[in-house]
Design a protein around this ligand. Structure first.
Ligand code: 5AD
Length: 311
C-alpha cells in the first residue's frame, strides 16, 4: 500500500486530513488511486443509503441575474441571452408534472433577479407548499439578506443551495467582480444554517486558477460547515464569457473529488450534476459509481431550457 492509499485510509478512518494531505492526494491522483477511492465510497454509500438514488426536480424559473460572474453564461453582461421568468402558475405546473412522475422535492433555481422580491418568493413557496404539502422546497436563488432567508424559511422553504464556489478569497476574486466576495458568500451559508435550512455548498472542478491547495481549502471548509448537500461539477467554458478560452474541468478529477467528499462526509447528499453529464455522455452514471447519490432532472418547460445555459 503506497503513501497516498494510506492517506485515503486515514481520511476514511478519521474523516479529516490536513491541508497539505488533501493537496497531495489531489495532486497525486492516478487511475489506480481513484479506483481504490471508489471501491471504498461505494461501500460507504451503500452502508448509509443502500442502493437509493434521490431525485430532485429542478425548475429554472428565471435567467435574469444582476451579477456578472466571469464563468457564468447568464451573467448580466451577456446580451445574447433571451431573458425569461416563469410566473407562479408556470412554476406550479412544473411541480404538478414532477409530482405525477413521483418527484417530492422541487428545486427552484434562478439568477439573482430583483423581480423576485421576498413578497413574491414567499407567495410562490407558500403556494407550492399548500398545493404539495408532502413535498420539500429547495431554493437556489443566491445571496440575500438574513431577513429574506428567514421570511422564505417561514414560508415553508426547507433547503437552500448556494455553492461557495471557492473558499479562498484570492481565488474568489479571480472568478467574480469585486462586488462579490468569498466572505459574504460564506456568511450567507452560515446564516442559512443558523436559520434551520438544510444547506448545500459546492464548487466547480477545474475552474480557472484553481490549484490543489485551493481545493484543499474547499474540503476543509466543507468539513467545518458540514452541509447536507455538496454540489460539484466540472467547469465548462461558456463562449460568451471572459473564460471562453479556458480549458474545461475533467471528468476524472470531478469523479475523484466526488469520491473524496463521500469519504469526508459519508452521509452527505451528493448530486451527479448536469455539468458532469455534459462533459461525458455517461458522466452522471459514473458519478453515482464514484459516490454520488442524487440526480436532479430538469422540470423546466422545454421552451425556456435553451435560455438557461450556464455553460
Ligand atoms: N461551468 C460549470 N458550472 C457553472 N456554474 C456556473 N457557470 C458554470 C460553468 N461555466 C455553476 C456555479 C453555480 C451553479 C448554479 O452553476 O457553480 O453555483
Amino acid at each position: 500500500m503506497d503513501d497516498l492509499q494510506q492517506l485515503v485510509q486515514k481520511l476514511q478512518n478519521t474523516r479529516h486530513l490536513e491541508k497539505e494531505e488533501w493537496a497531495a492526494l489531489i495532486r497525486g491522483r492516478t487511475d489506480i488511486l481513484a479506483e481504490y477511492v471508489f471501491s471504498l465510497t461505494r461501500k460507504e454509500r451503500h452502508q448509509y443509503y443502500g442502493h437509493d438514488v434521490y431525485i430532485r426536480g429542478l425548475i429554472e424559473f428565471t435567467n435574469y441575474c444582476k451579477n456578472d460572474c466571469y464563468y457564468c453564461g447568464i451573467r448580466k453582461s451577456n446580451a445574447g441571452v433571451m431573458r425569461y421568468r416563469l410566473d407562479e402558475e408556470q412554476i406550479l405546473s412544473c411541480c404538478s408534472a414532477g409530482y405525477a412522475l413521483g418527484f417530492r422535492t422541487f428545486v427552484l433555481q434562478g439568477g439573482e433577479d430583483g423581480w423576485f422580491t421576498d413578497e413574491r418568493m414567499v407567495r410562490i413557496v407558500g403556494a407550492i407548499k399548500s398545493r404539495f404539502p408532502d413535498c420539500a422546497v429547495t431554493l437556489s436563488i443566491g445571496e440575500r439578506s438574513k431577513e429574506s432567508y428567514q421570511a422564505l424559511f417561514q414560508a415553508g422553504a426547507d433547503r437552500y443551495l448556494l455553492r461557495h464556489e471557492t473558499f479562498s478569497a484570492a481565488h474568489y476574486s479571480l472568478l467574480h467582480p469585486s462586488s462579490l466576495t468569498a466572505a459574504s458568500r460564506q456568511k450567507c451559508l452560515w446564516t442559512l444554517k443558523d436559520i434551520g435550512y438544510q444547506v448545500g455548498a459546492g464548487f466547480m472542478v477545474g475552474a480557472p486558477g484553481q490549484t490543489p491547495e485551493y481545493l484543499a481549502e474547499d474540503l476543509l471548509f466543507l468539513e467545518k460547515l458540514k452541509p447536507h448537500m455538496v454540489g460539484i461539477g466540472p467547469f465548462i467554458p461558456h463562449h460568451a464569457t471572459p473564460f471562453a478560452g479556458e480549458p474545461a474541468g475533467t471528468l476524472e478529477e470531478t469523479l475523484f473529488l466526488l469520491g473524496l467528499i463521500r469519504l469526508l462526509l459519508p452521509k452527505v447528499l451528493l448530486p451527479a450534476t448536469t455539468a458532469l453529464g455534459t462533459i461525458a455522455p455517461n458522466g452522471r452514471e459514473l458519478g453515482i459509481l464514484s459516490g454520488a447519490n442524487v440526480i436532479m432532472p430538469n422540470l423546466s418547460p422545454a421552451n425556456v431550457r435553451e435560455n438557461y445555459t450556464l455553460y
